[in-house]
Design a protein around this ligand. Sequence first.
Ligand code: ADP
Ligand code: ASP
Ligand code: MG
Length: 470
Amino acid sequence: MAYSLLVMKFGGTNMQDARAIRHSASLAARSVREGVRVVVVVSAMAGVTNGLLRLADAAQAGDIASANDEIAALRTRHFTAAQELGAAPDSPAVREIREMHETLRQAVYGVYLLRELTPRSRDLIVAFGERLSAPLMSLALEQSGLRARHLTGGEAGILTDAHFGNARPLSGTYGRIRDRLSGLFAADVTPVIAGFMGETEQGALTTLGRGGTDFSATIVGKALGADEVWAWKDVDGVMSADPRVVRDARNIGVLSYGEVMELAYFGAKVLHPLAVTPLQESGIPLRVKSAADPDFPGTLVQARPHEEDGHPVKAVTAIRGVSLVNVSGAGALGVPEVVSSVFAAIARENVTLLMVSQSSSMSNVSLAVPSVDEARTVAALRAGITGELNVEVQGGVAVLAIVGSGMRGQKGVSARLFTALAEGDVNILMISQGSSELNISVALGGAEVDRATQAVHAAFGLGTAVPAAD
Ligand code: ADP
Ligand code: ASP
Ligand code: MG
């Protein structure tokens, strides 16, 4: 297919040092030379986001020495890369990187003085990773003979709500991105957008949640009506399981938007859970591709599901760090108002509900929530529910999910899942099937999750291109 416009997102590994950045730039340049307009969206260098979060916490805790050490290490890493990409010490790129580090240092010092790290100041600090990697990509593109210009997410037009740490794009974003980028296209300049961030209408910097650069790329893709959005990664594509857990995990050729959302929601770190949402209306495909093997087609994510014979389940995934919260009380939960007060309390706290199950006697409701939200959930329930109810908590849990549109209407899929878990000696704590029938999820002990993932992957024949006959 002859493309006219592609959005290309480069992940942390693809930006980790000068060599990786140069290779990433060559992938974008290759398409530009073929006459395609390319918008580049970049992540921070691998590990930088975690480093920034660590140093922000250190400053808040009063440990300014550790925070400064970490800033110095980041500075060296970015300067080294700039130098290796051919920037002279007094060049505008190096000056800009120096100024950004200075601003970062001041912001961190402010956190240290106040001993206060608000979600808003954390966003400002953590987004420096992408703001610092964008000029490096511009340098590499220019070195390969293109004209390039880097922009922050806000400068590129990404406008969000004020939900710091997990912001969502506002509808005005799309027109604004078109306006901001059209001049660059007219001048034959390749835009390089710092991913992961946007800004509020008042100009405060926000971030889109961990893994948010995928989301930035699809927001831009929708705005510009791109032919496709390509997310370049360090894996062949979306795989049948996390390749770090399952050795024979296999690349999945085609997935629907719905399947990818379920996979990402249930812990597959490969894409941001909301990344495909901007593409849903327009049907723009997303391709997940390997930078190490650019001619391999990777995974095509599109509107339509694609059934592979004999593979009702396409992937298995898991979330660790989950807690089960069990609300019980003799008969009280049979009263609809009481059940509704349980959910109202959770909704007020904005906690992600991973699983819900209610016993048919209506004497208990079990909820699976991220353990980081456990204390908040319990406090909200104790304060918000009426009636004589007990709230009990079990930590150290994981949720495993199998995902695939082929499960719809297919008999025996749950039986195969439960048999695989039983044969693997894994105890199931809770079960739920989404009404979309795109997934079945089970809660199990956190220590058993890798073993369970491997057993389930094998039981559904996911490691082999041709499914085992059964
Ligand atoms: P990027 O910075 O490119 O977005 P991430 O580290 O966020 O990279 O995501 C890619 C990583 O996701 C892979 O290296 C892999 O370890 C992990 N991963 C987890 N589950 C899957 C899966 N089902 N398919 C592919 N990768 C997965
Ligand atoms: N750098 C951010 C993160 O690590 C965003 C991203 O890589 O997508 O979460
Ligand atoms: Mg990512």
